[in-house]
Design a protein around this ligand. Structure first.
Ligand SMILES: Cc1cc2nc3c(=O)[nH]c(=O)nc-3n(C[C@H](O)[C@H](O)[C@H](O)COP(=O)(O)O)c2cc1C
Length: 193
């Protein structure tokens, strides 16, 4: 069994009937089953305004939700980015949330999960968020988890109904855990910046 880590799951949709919450809650369950702790970052619960000042630019009076998310990201050994595909890219809400922070991400891995109602599982958003994650100082893991026809993969109550994803999610976590341990080991020795 891999070591126990803390992962921040970041939800990329705030739509009232979003599919993404089912994906994110399922990932939370799988992660907990594997022994990990989860910081659940849901911008519907802790919304941020469009970017004015980044968290690091505040000297005092940091907006409450921004401080809360900062603490969640700080605690995390790694990230699970759950992104929908909106017009062949990631959602504005995901980009806005990510842009507020910086050092919180440095030298930590990111597992990327994309989803869409179509056949391609949000792969165009997955590829784009991979580039963004690199710029933010994360190390995206090679094995992403694209979920196609997301409406058919979970029941209304959020249970997994397409069991082919049970195997895929294990492979996704196997990779994420490996990178998390590797990067944590190195971070404990110090970082170049
Ligand atoms: C603004 C918008 C743009 C979309 N663009 C795409 C797209 O480019 N490709 C795709 O496969 N699905 C697209 N969809 C359909 C989404 O895959 C589907 O609505 C999905 O459930 C969105 O995630 P959410 O429900 O968690 O917000 C789009 C949906 C919205 C609302």
């Amino acid at each position: 069994m891999a070591k126990k880590f803390t992962f921040a799951i970041i939800v990329g949709s705030v739509r009232h009937n979003r599919q993404g919450i089912k994906v994110a809650r399922w990932l939370e369950t799988v992660a907990k089953t594997r022994g990990h702790d989860i910081e659940f970052v849901d911008p519907r619960e802790t919304p941020l305004a469009f970017l004015d000042k980044m968290h690091k630019e505040y000297k005092s009076d940091v907006p409450k939700n921004m401080e809360r998310i900062h603490e969640q990201l700080e605690k995390a050994d790694g990230f699970i980015l759950v992104t929908p595909e909106y017009n062949h890219s990631i959602s504005g809400v995901m980009k806005n949330l990510l842009d507020h922070f910086q050092k919180e991400y440095f030298f930590k891995p990111a597992g990327i999960v994309g989803y869409s109602v179509g056949d391609f599982g949000g792969v165009r958003a997955v590829e784009q968020i991979r580039l963004i994650a690199v710029e933010l100082g994360m190390t995206p893991t090679p094995i992403a988890l694209p979920i196609s026809k997301v409406e058919e993969v979970f029941s209304e109550s959020g249970d997994l109904t397409n069991q082919s994803y049970a195997k895929r999610v294990d492979r996704f976590f196997d990779g994420l855990e490996w990178y998390t341990e590797a990067l944590l080991t190195q971070r404990l020795k110090g970082t170049p910046y």
